[in-house]
Design a protein around this ligand. Sequence first.
Ligand SMILES: [Zn+2]
Length: 299
Amino acid sequence: MENTSRIIGEYTSGKFGPLLFITAGVHGNEPSGVQAIMRVFKALNSCKAKINGRIVGVIGNTNALNKNVRYIDEDLNRTWTEDNISLKNVHTSEQIEMHEIIKILQQYPEADYTKRYFMDCHTTSSDSLPYVSVQLVNDNNKWAHNFPTYIVQGFSDIVYGAIDHYFSRIGITGFTFEAGQHTSKTSVENHEGMIWLALKEACELDLNILPNYPSCVEKFAETNAPDQKTFKIIYRHGLEAEDQFKMVPGFKNFQKIYKGDLLAFKNESEIKSEWDAHIFMPLYQSQGNDGFFVIEKVN
Ligand SMILES: [Zn+2]
């Protein structure tokens, strides 16, 4: 993606209601959410659909997105700490991007809306079924359960400084949505499907009035409504910059693992599973601070 500006679009029918604040490209190597937001605005504008409130689509890391890299100086999904925000730190490219996003959000204050929602759009390095990552504060979890997809709890509690952590801290309801593999076409469709569903749930958009009922919604709802929906993170395998880490090939998100399974190599020693549980976010790219996570079912 080249020369994309911060605000991808915004849309309202002039009717009082909620704010739906969608962010995408917080990681610059994840253009899928940006493409999906563009499609949604194009469709909304062409059929002049009626919604309550307003939807705004915003790019996270513009600099990194234009260069097609995950980040320039540091991960923009780790910069949203209380200190960085209150001290107005602008030491890195990502801290500057962060303060620009905060400024934009300030143009849509709580008092102007019945409620404010966010969705932060991401993709994963390895092929994955889509899932929502939700922080268990406010009414995030209840809101997340309106969507037909896996729900993973506790990511923001382990990894500090994520953007959804910030949104939740200032009282906005929402979650992070991981749509699939970075470059997969399905990821764009899944992002688009989720945004349409969020417009339906939050802004009472009647999806049937769209000229072509978004097929991505049907596809998404059909293929991604699992029986066991909700998981929580029980372990994070963190990495230091100097660690040599190699995940054993072939692990898929949500795959069952058993005690004793060989999971990865770190600095040439074997890492074996201590759990009968599920693997989550196995690292198959060069940049990253998380080797893998382990999740278990929540009933
Ligand atoms: Zn991401």
